[in-house]
Design a protein around this ligand. Structure first.
Ligand SMILES: *Cc1c(COP(=O)(O)O)cnc(C)c1O
Length: 373
């Protein structure tokens, strides 16, 4: 049995939560985005650690995720956590929201009308979050809805709202002028909701001036120790992930022998290669071996960074361990794929993507091991 293991450091996630919470004033609550299985790290375990660190408001993307999280909290006897579902809903979903005490996010007039009708039918209130789009143009009430947002007779104002939120498009770039524009739009559009709490910031927004912070922040990626822009990753955030994989074979190559699909690696000298039990089916992107474009990812074996040797295959990687000594090779049973030598942010950069995608690509068949639980 060989495998690949994700070591998830729950203490690091709790530390990051407290660090982010400390970046805003005492009256600003820090919520957590745990959508997409807690950014690939395991929604239940991550949320449990966050709850223990003091988090009481959780955002999932989909209704199923919210139901799963509610069940996990119930199993542990954790009360008082509010779980909001970002995606919006159909009328038929509202029974589920109510049954599981989940908070629907209103993204359109139609949804406001459905919720109002549902409440009349049930003769009971189902608190909701109002999502206003202030310039991202993706989801939520558009700025063109200000006419009825500000009309006190509109049905929206008869609903019980626990939060009014918007989402920043470019918070990872403090110099982008859209940040100020969205803040201005938000401040204007929320005026009719003076008694309701407000939320604008994701992770990046927390590092913008305090005028952005309002009553609730909603970090995701920073909780997991990364930021969109690797240069912005604050060294005070702790990495939450180490990815290890078993070494399954060591082999010797003569000069001129090739390795991997397409024989793309060629030994320029007699070489030694290590075969490692992880591949693109686990979320290790094939784009990490493109020597003709200068991209060759490193893995760490026996405490030393060594380069990949040959294309990434579905279940296996090959690394060039020629630079290691016999005893180093003999002593090594694992390779570290994401860790101190090669961070999540570096892997994201080599893949020309963002750390979010590296995390959510992490496969289901790997063992997730929780340290500091
Ligand atoms: C994903 C998401 C967040 C968290 O964003 P990060 O950039 O990961 O901090 C916050 N709010 C909304 C609406 C989201 O979709």
């Amino acid at each position: 049995m060989t495998s690949s293991q994700l070591h998830i450091n729950l203490q690091a996630i709790a530390h990051n939560y407290r660090f982010l919470d400390a970046q805003t004033g005492p009256s600003t609550q820090t919520a957590a985005a745990v959508k997409a299985n807690g950014y690939g790290l395991g929604m239940e375990a991550v949320s449990t650690a966050l709850y223990q660190a003091g988090c009481r408001l959780f955002f999932t993307a989909q209704l199923d995720e919210g139901v799963r999280l509610k069940a996990a909290f119930a199993r542990q006897g954790y009360d008082g956590a509010q779980i909001a579902v970002l995606e919006g809903f159909r009328l038929a979903d509202l029974e589920t929201y109510q049954a599981y005490h989940l908070t629907p996010v209103l993204n359109s007039r139609e949804q406001a009308e459905w919720l109002a009708a549902y409440q009349v039918k049930k003769q009971s209130a189902l608190p909701a979050i109002l999502h206003i789009d202030t310039g991202m143009n993706r989801l939520g009430f558009g700025a063109d809805s200000h006419v009825f947002l500000s009309d006190p007779s509109h049905i929206l104002h008869q609903l019980e709202l626990s939060l009014v939120m918007s989402h920043l498009a470019c918070s990872d770039d403090p110099s982008d002028s859209i940040n100020g524009f969205q803040l201005e739009q938000f401040t204007r559009l929320v005026q009719p909701f003076s008694h309701i709490r407000k939320s604008l910031c994701n992770s990046g927004g927390i590092f913008l001036p305090s005028a952005y912070h309002f009553d609730v922040t909603r970090p995701g990626i920073a909780l997991y120790g990364a930021m969109t822009d690797p240069d912005m990753t604050d060294s005070r955030l702790l990495p939450a992930l180490r990815w290890d994989a078993d070494i399954v074979q060591i082999r010797k190559l003569k000069k001129g022998e090739r390795a991997g699909y397409g024989g793309e690696f060629m030994a320029k000298t007699p070489a030694r290669l290590a075969t490692i039990a992880a591949g693109y089916a686990d979320g290790y992107d094939r784009a990490l071996y493109q020597p003709n474009r200068g991209i060759v990812a490193k893995v760490e074996i026996a405490g030393k960074a060594v380069p990949l040797a040959g294309r990434v295959s579905m279940d296996l990687l090959i690394a060039d361990v020629t630079s290691l000594s016999d005893s180093e090779i003999a002593s090594a049973s694992k390779a570290c794929l994401i860790g101190a030598h090669y961070s999540l942010a570096e892997m994201a950069q080599d893949r020309q993507t963002i750390s979010y995608e590296v995390l959510t690509d992490l496969g289901d068949r790997m063992t997730r091991l929780y340290d500091g639980a």
